[in-house]
Design a protein around this ligand. Structure first.
Ligand code: ZN
Length: 443
């Protein structure tokens, strides 16, 4: 039996296996954990990795030194490890400076983070842009440390490499046209499952579905970047291409047990918003709707004034909204392959709508075309639109969808707006338009 993450099986099984393999890895803005993560994802999709050198100026920011950590613990005076990085990589705040000292609890306390109301949860904290060090512990562990006989031995065996790199992943799927959409996720969180291992895996398997399908009409740019600094560095290094992106999706926190959500783009009615709403409508799912606010994830960078890429997110237990958020309780009990697969399905529908959308014009603008002589209308008249009558003709046409497509094929309505207006599913509208095009009635 192989333990490869790409071992064949159902999608849900594949995701569950990948979750188990990727969850323990210590990811951060930079470092070996990120490279290991990309290596595993490369077993699923042909991801290209790019290394941005530490110290590089990217707009108003600087690519940070590479951070590596070998070990960390807090021992009591008897040598018992009360806190051990090897048990949870959340125990050390990301980008903590090295430290090796014997101190009292009172001296240690300002370097401890815990959650008063959640006795078992280890919080997730970082020191990305100010050199400092701290430990994250559960409330129970905090109490243990407070009672422990001192002095306490504190070690963080970490290192900053000014000659290091920040790693990002990229997969470009070229389409028939150079019009392009963006799908982005972030790869900087250590052992937490919904934020954001779910996003990493949903993005990966979504990309694989696109690669396995027919050639896409639009080009699709998938990127995997450390949050904020990675997105900014990527924009800086791909400025020209990114200025021409039509719209985007930031895939994050989409694997929880709770209801699905939809964070709108900053425009609220962009084609990406409409595609997401339609995908939900066609599945009969009512998501929690979050209007755009300039917090959240990398939409803040992609939609910044210089780029203004309208970017939406589909979520399942959105960041900020679930009590396990940014704690050790965001784990593989909370997230599973089935839940991530549900989000992938929705994202896949959104991508399919955006990719297949086009704006038809009927070649018969004066009156309706005669469908019967083209075998596009039931040979037996009279039953159409009769209650209880069969609206579909013998070859499985959705006549209602076809009539809507013809009616709105004035060059002003794309398939998306025809589906919105008619109430027919996007799939039915698309099939009707295909049939009419084959019958030389649409261009
Ligand atoms: Zn986060």
């Amino acid at each position: 039996m192989t333990d490869s993450v790409s071992e064949e099986g159902s999608l849900v099984q594949e995701i569950d296996r990948a979750l188990a393999k990727l969850f323990p890895i210590n990811r951060s803005l930079t470092g070996e954990g990120n490279r290991q993560t990309f290596e595993m994802l490369r077993e699923i999709i042909p991801l290209k990795t790019i290394e941005y050198p530490s110290g590089g100026k990217v707009y108003d920011w600087t690519v940070p030194d590479e951070w590596l950590i070998r070990d960390a613990y807090i021992k009591d005076k008897n040598g018992e490890k009360i806190i051990d990085f090897k048990h949870s990589n959340l125990h050390v705040s990301g980008y903590s400076s090295p430290v090796s000292t014997d101190i009292t609890f009172a001296e240690l306390a300002p370097h401890l983070h815990f959650l008063e109301d959640s006795p078992k949860a280890i919080p997730y904290r970082t020191h990305y842009y100010k050199r400092d060090w701290s430990f994250c512990v559960s409330k129970n562990q905090y109490d243990h440390l407070r009672r422990a006989s001192g002095p306490l031995t504190v070690l963080i065996d970490s290192e900053f490499k000014p000659d290091g790199f920040m790693t990002v992943g990229e997969l470009l799927i070229p389409g028939e046209t150079d019009q392009e959409y963006l799908v982005s996720t972030y790869c900087c969180h250590p052992s937490m499952a919904n934020d954001n291992l779910s996003g990493l895996l949903a993005t990966t398997y979504l990309a694989r579905e696109l690669l396995r399908g027919e050639c896409t009409k639009h080009s699709w740019r998938f990127i995997f970047v450390p949050e904020t600094i990675g997105a900014i560095a990527y924009l800086y290094n791909n400025e020209e291409a990114m200025r021409h992106i039509q719209g985007g999706l930031v895939v994050t926190t989409c694997g929880g047990p709770g209801p699905m959500g939809f964070k709108e783009t900053f425009l609220g009615d962009h084609i990406v918003d409409r595609a997401v709403r339609l995908a939900f409508r066609d599945r009969g799912v009512e998501p929690i709707c979050y209007s755009f606010v300039p917090d959240g994830s990398d939409e803040r960078q992609f939609s910044s004034p210089g780029f203004r890429i309208p970017t939406a997110s589909v979520t399942k237990d959105k960041y900020y909204e679930y009590p396990e958020y940014h704690t050790s309780l965001d784990d593989l009990e909370f997230v599973n392959g089935q839940q991530i697969a549900e989000s992938i399905e929705l994202y896949r529908d959104v991508v399919a709508i955006l990719d297949a959308n086009w704006c038809p014009t009927s070649l018969v603008q004066n009156g309706e075309p005669q469908l019967g002589k083209r075998n596009l209308y039931p040979a037996v008249g009279g039953s159409v639109n009769q209650k209880g009558g069969n609206l579909d003709s013998e070859d499985g046409l959705n006549l209602d969808a076809m009539m809507w497509v013809l009616f709105l094929s004035d060059g002003q309505h794309d398939l998306l707006s025809i589906a919105e207006r008619s109430g027919e599913t996007f799939t039915d509208v698309m099939s009707a338009a295909d049939q009419l095009k084959r019958a030389s009635l649409l261009v």
